[in-house]
Ligand binder design. Structure first.
Ligand code: DLL
Length: 432
């Protein structure tokens, strides 16, 4: 819940007044502190004074991942470096990462948002939360970690990797809540089943996100582990996990609208679509200092609903995501763009620009095989040459995307040519 000064749940009118006040402040902040935004607004003839509240939002220009790339690494930061206390980054469409900076206040608000999500999942200071998102530049690990600490729960900062050890600790430490990707949780559940340990753990809740999943998958997780599972959403550019999360009614994810102002637009016309209609989710941050973003196009497809939820929250809800408008894949929680593979291959001698990514789900874990056409000579030379090139390409690709890749080298003209747009991805995963 978001409370007003009389400690009542904030009405939508009160919320909108707060959003308007914060929007005006954010617009002034980017205009005065970020040259890129100032120039863009000047080009479009907009002065900060033209924005008096959320009703003027549509006068402002959109921001995209390209803008972040163009100003790499720190060009959109709105706080001096001395005030930035943390940097995270996520994959960009080419080699360049998208870099995000947080001030101390940003980190506190982020922790509070994640704490809200955990609270929606029934987690309290009496819980032990195992964080099994990756720690590092990815926002999942540290985001969930600080949120759980903010709540006063005990945190087990597991990260990803050694699942057997994770399961042992889950049992030995009496872990009651876990934060990880839904596919990884299914994998954990399978291991627990195999080890005959399901009834020996104390887990009661899971907060899962960072990749698309279905309501069916949620039920599978809940039944296998005898827990309640919740859907948490976020993206590094806007903050990280904790932009929205569903409640016990699972009727969409409540957006923390006092910090993130959502819009749904048509990706074709760029005009807002109506309530309940599917379109691209756009966010304007309302309190961020380090990297405030104006009308950031997330590329995520969803719809928005403003009617009050059965839980009593007045916050808008977004539906489970139905896809993206770009070609970004999420493999084991890692964002991968085909163009990253392409540019890495282009840098290597002996390869051709013809490649095919095959994504599969083996058990509950995603796998990625990349088939690469290489010059004929590698097939006539000794097998050793082919093996060493395979190793080299695996290494380069793994470095480029941050994910283990199985590389299969194929002879020239093996990969099917397309008459139209080249097909670079076959995604065999079926989300059921
Ligand atoms: O994935 C932040 C996060 C970490 C969210 C842990 C939830 C839990 P990025 O790496 O920048 O940040 O990837 C953001 O992941 O635009 C969506 O396409 C996708 N995504 C995140 N959460 C969900 C979700 C983190 N609950 C991108 N359902 C986003 C579907 C999700 N897709």
């Amino acid at each position: 819940m978001i409370w007003n000064e009389s400690k009542e749940c904030m009405s939508r009118d009160e919320l909108q007044a707060l959003q308007s006040k914060r929007l005006v402040k954010t617009v002034n902040r980017v205009y005065h502190n970020v040259e890129y935004y100032r120039k863009r607004m000047q080009k479009e003839g907009i002065e900060p004074g033209d924005i008096r509240g959320i009703e003027d939002l549509s006068k402002l220009p959109y921001t995209t991942k390209d803008d972040l790339r163009e100003t790499y690494p720190f060009g959109l930061f709105a706080a001096p470096q001395s005030e930035i206390v943390r940097i995270h980054a996520s994959s960009g469409t080419t080699g360049k990462a998208t870099v995000v900076g947080y001030t101390r206040k940003d980190i506190d608000i982020w922790a509070e948002c994640v704490a809200r999500a955990l609270t929606q999942a029934g987690v309290t200071r009496d819980d032990t939360v195992q964080v099994a998102y990756g720690y590092g530049l990815f926002t999942g690990g540290l985001g969930a970690h600080y949120g759980a600490e903010y709540l006063g729960a005990r945190v087990v900062p597991q990260s990803t990797g050694n699942t057997k050890k994770l399961v042992t600790m889950m049992k030995d430490f009496g872990v009651t809540a876990i934060a990880c990707t839904p596919s990884y949780l299914l994998h954990i559940a399978e291991l627990l089943e195999e080890m005959g340990e399901i009834d020996n753990i104390k887990l009661k809740a899971a907060v899962c996100g960072a990749e698309p999943w279905t309501d069916n998958m949620r039920r599978q997780i809940e039944e296998k582990l005898h827990i309640n599972a919740f859907d948490i959403y976020g993206l590094s550019e806007v903050m990280g996990p904790g932009v929205a999360c569903d409640c016990q009614y699972h009727k969409g994810l409540h957006v923390y609208e006092d910090h993130f102002l959502p819009e749904i637009i048509s990706p074709e016309t760029l005009l807002p679509v109506g309530e309940n209609e599917t379109g691209e989710l756009v966010f304007t941050t309302l309190t961020k200092e380090g990297l405030p973003l104006i009308r950031y196009r997330t590329k995520d497809l969803t719809s928005i609903h403003y009617d009050q939820c059965e839980c009593g929250r007045t916050l808008a809800r977004i539906s489970r995501f139905t896809g993206r408008t770009d070609d970004m894949l999420i493999i084991r929680g890692v964002n991968v763009f085909p163009s990253q593979i392409e540019s890495a291959l282009l840098e290597m001698a002996g390869t051709t620009p013809h490649y095919l990514m095959i994504v599969d789900r083996v058990g509950n874990l995603d796998t990625l095989e990349v088939q690469v056409e290489v010059e004929e000579r590698f097939f006539s030379d000794e097998i050793k040459e082919l093996e060493s090139l395979t190793k080299k390409i695996s290494h380069v690709l793994q470095n480029a995307i941050g994910l283990a890749v199985k590389v299969k080298l194929v002879e020239p003209r093996t990969i099917e040519r397309s008459m139209g747009k080249a097909v670079h991805v076959i995604d065999n995963r079926k989300l059921v």
